[in-house]
Design a protein around this ligand. Structure first.
Ligand SMILES: [Zn+2]
Length: 471
């Protein structure tokens, strides 16, 4: 996954209010240089899935030991069957052992990049025209570098947090994250990362609109991934003697009914706050409808109109869509079997049972079976509480005064689903500003602004301090 920057692209087209992009504060020169050096080092250590993250994790471990962290508080751990996909977890000791720790997450792995597809070497950090180019520049070696630099700076300054700060640099986020990373740490080493609050720098952050600061996303939730298989069977037979019972036609007719079905509108604390804020920021044609769906109960006619925008539709309800289809066994034989895969993204709070019932009812054909492929990892919403909102405001406004902070729900999933599922409220709070319409994560010529990266180093340092406070 990557920064969820597409949510506002449509709304931005009609924007009229904007915040001038006055530069934010930079870290002290020494820390600015160290942040850049670490970013360069991490980009140059290739951490694609086939290579693994161990070399990067070991490099981070060395930096931490050199900075004075006790060896006992810097733990390298890898699944025994994947020694090349290592994670490193550091604990910065606070005054209180009784208050649950704050955990920061950064994944070390990156998506493959082929040199021939890029205009620069993807596994070198290239500075050009105010940008740093390289695989992971925005997803998310920038965040990893900012986390490591901040740890070193806090240690050098002898900062004493009120509670423990844990930072986990993890593996295999881009591979789905089921077997390694936070999932593996929670399963095998929960004591290392157990926390009362999780901050993930893999999402959220600042959105520019035409170079002006528009809003800052606080990621609080994500949709839940679940997949079903539909199957119809029939007697089969010779292709020259077709009868009335054909599983391909049966399934196709059922899929037609599913296409016309819309799950009910479901609002969360986050999506309500999100639409309300966007309505304020974008006094365009959709503004009144956004305000109306943010009401409790939501205005369903307004929801219908907003649902014509694909992105808003996904934010208003659970969605399911046919993604794979297969059937029959020979060109000249009647099919005995037809199957379709239905991929669903549930709103936080929705359940696989609800979805299965809705699918079965809509198909309205007892001869099409609906099977849950595997139980979903349910990721409950981490509510944007007044306390967390205040903390975020303090840090963000100390950097970029006045920018609106907007809670957001991602339509994709991230490692947050593991920590949220484990009962730890998790918030996405990258400190990097990028244009809402630019998303090069996973793509060609991935880049982060030099100034934006330097500011994110300072932001991360302030964020760590703030989130280590008990109140
Ligand atoms: Zn990512």
């Amino acid at each position: 996954m990557s920064k969820n920057k597409t949510a506002f692209a449509l709304a931005l087209c009609v924007s009229s209010i904007a915040w001038a992009a006055t530069p934010g504060p930079l870290p002290p020169e020494e820390d600015k240089e160290l942040g850049r050096t670490i970013l360069q080092e991490l980009v140059q250590i290739k951490t694609t899935h086939d290579v693994g993250t161990t070399l990067a994790a070991r490099a981070i471990e060395q930096h931490l030991l050199k900075a004075g962290f006790p060896a006992a508080d810097v733990q390298f751990v890898a699944p025994s069957d994947h020694p090349n996909s290592g994670n490193v977890v550091v604990r910065y000791r606070g005054k209180s052992h009784h208050t649950p720790a704050s955990l920061f997450l950064g994944h070390l792995d990156v998506v493959e990049a082929k040199a021939e597809d890029w205009s620069v070497d993807p596994f070198k950090l290239t500075e050009k025209d105010g940008w740093f180019y390289g695989r992971g520049a925005i997803d998310m070696k920038d965040g990893d570098a900012a986390l490591l630099e901040s740890l070193i700076r806090l240690e050098r300054e002898r900062f004493k947090p009120e509670r423990d700060i844990i930072v986990a640099f993890t593996a295999d986020e881009e591979a789905g994250g089921d077997a390694n990373g936070p999932a593996f740490l929670l399963k095998e080493h929960r004591d290392l990362i157990d926390a009362g609050l999780v901050i993930n720098l893999d999402g959220g952050g600042g959105d520019y609109n035409n170079g002006e600061r528009r809003l800052f996303e606080l990621g609080t939730s994500e949709k839940n991934y679940v997949t079903f298989t539909l199957e119809a069977t029939g007697p089969g037979g010779h292709g020259s003697l077709p009868g009335p019972d054909n599983p391909i036609y049966r399934l196709a007719a059922g899929l037609g009914r599913l296409q016309g079905y819309h799950f009910p509108v479901m609002m969360t604390a986050t999506t309500r706050a999100n639409f309300a804020k966007l309505a304020e920021l974008d006094p365009g044609p959709l503004s009144a409808d956004m305000k109306a769906v943010a009401q409790s109960p939501p205005d369903l006619a307004a929801a219908d109109r907003l649902s014509e925008v694909v992105r808003f539709n996904a934010e208003l309800r659970t969605t399911c869509v046919a993604t794979l289809i297969a059937g029959g066994h020979a060109e000249n034989a009647l099919p005995q079997r037809a199957r379709a895969t239905i991929q669903c993204r549930m709103m936080p709070g929705d359940t696989a049972d609800n979805v299965q019932t809705a699918l079965t009812t809509t198909l309205n054909d007892t001869q099409i079976t609906v099977t849950l492929n595997e139980p979903p990892i349910l990721s409950p919403e981490s509510v944007p509480t007044p306390q967390i909102t205040r903390k975020v405001e303090r840090v963000v406004h100390s950097m970029w005064p006045g920018v609106p902070i907007v809670p957001t729900m991602a339509t994709g999933f991230s490692d947050d689903r593991q920590t949220r599922n484990a009962g730890m409220p998790s918030y996405d709070l990258s400190g990097v500003w990028i244009d809402a319409n630019e998303n090069r994560a996973h793509g060609r010529d991935e880049r982060v602004g030099v100034r934006e990266f330097d500011e994110s180093v300072e932001y991360t340092y302030r964020l760590m301090k703030e989130m280590s406070k008990v109140k």
